[in-house]
Ligand binder design. Structure first.
Ligand SMILES: NC(=O)c1ccc[n+]([C@@H]2O[C@H](COP(=O)([O-])OP(=O)(O)OC[C@H]3O[C@@H](n4cnc5c(N)ncnc54)[C@H](OP(=O)(O)O)[C@@H]3O)[C@@H](O)[C@H]2O)c1
Length: 317
């Protein structure tokens, strides 16, 4: 359902403002004339119910973007399984309930494309959620995120709260996590090609066959879509946020290598797992709601690489 919600002049809480998505939301909201409120982890641990409730009672945000979460790539998801389920359930339950109790006018909860069933038909439609078994490696994260989505739906149906859910695809850009083990694929490849360039390495070997197809969205486009939906969308149905286009890992690796300026060979290691052959969001609902991505992969990766150099204190070579 289309709606019209005015952000101007509102007290807007971006939970997770120091993260990749939260940072992009802060940049994007600067154009909306909002009164931004934030809380860093040292002020409020969002897993701590008493701290969250006390902070909300005094800060009284009118609008909440719930972009705080424990996130990571496959290794982090699969090894820190307890933290992924505990942190993410606690953050969702504390913030959604505190928003309701303190009369927040609108809230957006961020799900993720990786919580759709492992074998759901491609492109992934919003109504495929909970239609089949999850990917075992990130099941704790997915269960926590699904709990958050269901809370939003429940507060919407029982209390009439104007809370909405969005499902972003793989994101990349400034503020990404470049941890050698726990990062997502884009950050991992930027780092590996950059290090290979500095070391003059003849080859970078990418995990798997290079044939799986994936979709990537620049995080500032993601923030723009979130603001657009916050202002114009109010309904119980999920909304996918992506580009609607996918690319093979092999071609994607070439885009990253070109942006980084790595000129060696790109090899593939088929003994490593490929994961699902294709992961692409159906973005027709988002398109009907009047939004589409505008940053090309080449531009986005070039910007992400510049941000990587700045964030890691390295001058462009
Ligand atoms: N990245 C992606 O590709 C992707 C794709 C789909 C959906 N999403 C969703 O987008 C949202 C943001 O992801 P992101 O990539 O921006 O993650 P991120 O860069 O790791 O940022 C997460 C933020 O949450 C904060 N946070 C986590 N636990 C906290 C706690 N206990 N108390 C206070 N703050 C806490 C972090 O604070 P610190 O800075 O103190 O650690 C950080 O600012 C998540 O809901 C994620 O599921 C991301």
């Amino acid at each position: 359902m289309a709606s019209s919600f005015d952000l101007a002049g509102k007290r807007v809480f971006v939970a997770g403002h120091r993260g990749m998505v939260g940072g992009a939301l802060v940049r994007r909201l600067a154009r909306e004339g909002v009164e931004l409120v934030t809380a860093s982890r040292s002020e409020v641990d969002l897993r701590d119910q008493a701290a969250v409730f006390a902070w909300f009672a005094s800060a009284k945000p009118q609008v909440v973007f719930l972009a705080a979460a424990k996130v990571g790539g496959i290794v982090a998801n699969n090894t820190l399984r307890a933290e992924f389920i505990y942190d993410n359930i606690a953050i969702a339950t504390n913030l959604i309930h505190a928003s309701h109790v303190n009369g927040a006018e609108k809230l957006m909860f961020l799900g993720s494309s990786c919580i759709y069933p492992k074998l759901a038909a491609q492109p992934l439609r919003e109504d495929s959620m909970l239609t089949g078994p999850l990917e075992p490696t990130n099941e704790p994260y997915a269960i926590a995120k699904i709990a958050g989505i269901k809370m939003v739906e429940a507060y919407r149906s029982q209390y009439g709260a104007d809370f909405i859910n969005v499902m972003p695809t793989n994101l990349y850009g400034p503020g990404d996590n470049y941890h050698p083990e726990y990062s997502h694929v884009v950050a991992a490849l930027i780092r590996r090609f950059h290090e290979a360039k500095l070391a003059d390495a003849p080859e970078v070997v990418v995990w798997g066959t290079g044939t799986p197809r994936r979709e990537f969205l620049y995080v500032d486009d993601m923030a723009d879509a979130c603001v657009h939906l916050m202002k114009t969308y109010s309904d119980h149905e999920l909304v996918n946020i992506g580009t609607g286009e996918d690319i093979t890992i092999a071609d994607f690796a070439r885009v990253v290598a070109a942006a980084v300026g790595y000129q060696g060979r790109i090899g593939f290691d088929p003994s490593r797992p490929d994961g699902t052959p294709r992961k692409l969001l159906d973005v027709s609902r988002l398109a009907k709601l009047g939004w589409r991505a505008t940053t090309s992969l080449e531009d986005g990766i070039a910007r992400a690489y510049r941000a990587f150099l700045q964030e890691t204190g390295q001058a462009a070579a």
